[in-house]
Design a protein around this ligand. Structure first.
Ligand code: NAP
Length: 248
């Protein structure tokens, strides 16, 4: 039986991706801080290993690698955002976010990728965001962290291609999805988006088709506009979009 490791699986997209992969016959290894939530979410799944771990603590990423080791799929999904003006947001919160969204994803990608390349098989799906494509006021450091995720993954993908490796690496870049993400980020208004399960299913299907960048729904067109419009203008539009989240 094949093994899939999913980080940030106690809630939202990670939980749904874990259920989808389990339904496809994978042994799932699920990681997040909240053990109780994972026990509840996966209580009916037999082939499931629950690991309670804070991945913003860098040593834990190495521990996770040593615990999980032989995996066929890695989904680097754990992440969060910090909403607000840069001058007012909490620095410790942002640094912790960088540790999780960037450093932990980077470490896990490197450690597991080496093994996958040696075996010449495996899938790594990194969860970015539509925010991977442009700068956004009020979510400045979060969007910055997601730009890192996309650029890292694209560059590695090209290196793997040059080596004729069969290992896949891709990035899931959704716009808004209905999870607790926005509430946790400090967004006060209601934010509506795609259904988490449907978007997760879409991502998993495209991962198996080895798509480099996976964007569900209408948001697919956004990177195209980002490419043809001046960045300053896009940043202005992004501000207009984000400020609504404060006003709702
Ligand atoms: N929802 C959206 O609109 C949206 C859009 C684009 C991209 N994304 C990205 O999608 C990913 C999943 O977000 P989501 O919407 O599913 O949000 P979510 O419902 O808040 O889920 C986030 C998951 O990450 C885990 N997590 C948070 N901090 C962690 C830590 N320090 N160590 C280990 N796990 C941690 C959480 O579990 P614990 O709290 O139990 O640790 C939870 O399982 C994130 O990377 C996010 O940036 C979301």
């Amino acid at each position: 039986m094949k093994n899939a490791l999913i980080t940030g699986a106690s809630d939202g997209i990670g939980k749904d991706m874990a259920i989808i992969l389990s339904n496809m016959g994978y042994n799932i290894i699920v990681v997040a801080r909240n053990k109780q939530k994972m026990e509840q979410a996966f209580k009916n799944i037999k082939n499931c290993t629950i690991i309670s771990m804070d991945l913003s603590i860098i040593e834990n990423c190495y521990k996770l690698y040593n615990q999980a080791k032989d995996i066929d799929i890695l989904i680097n999904n754990a992440g969060y955002g910090v909403f607000g003006e840069f001058l007012n947001t909490n620095l410790d919160d942002e640094l912790n976010m960088i540790d999780l969204n960037i450093k932990s994803l980077h470490i896990l990608t490197k450690l597991f990728l080496k093994d996958m390349v040696n075996k010449d098989r495996g899938y790594i799906l990194n969860v970015g965001s539509i925010g991977s494509f442009f700068a956004s006021p009020l979510l400045s450091s979060y969007y910055g962290s997601k730009a890192y995720v996309l650029n890292l993954s694209l560059a590695i993908k090209e290196e793997l291609k040059k080596q004729k490796s069969n290992v896949y690496i891709g990035t899931f870049c959704p716009a808004t999805i209905n999870t607790n993400f926005h509430k946790k980020a400090g967004v006060k208004g209601n934010v509506k988006g795609l259904d988490s399960y449907k978007a997760s299913k879409y991502a998993i299907d495209k991962m198996f088709k080895k798509k480099a960048i996976i964007i569900p729904s209408y948001a697919k067109v956004l990177p195209f506009f980002v490419d043809i419009m001046p960045r300053i203008l896009i940043t202005k539009l992004a501000y207009k979009m984000q400020i609504k989240k404060q006003e709702n």
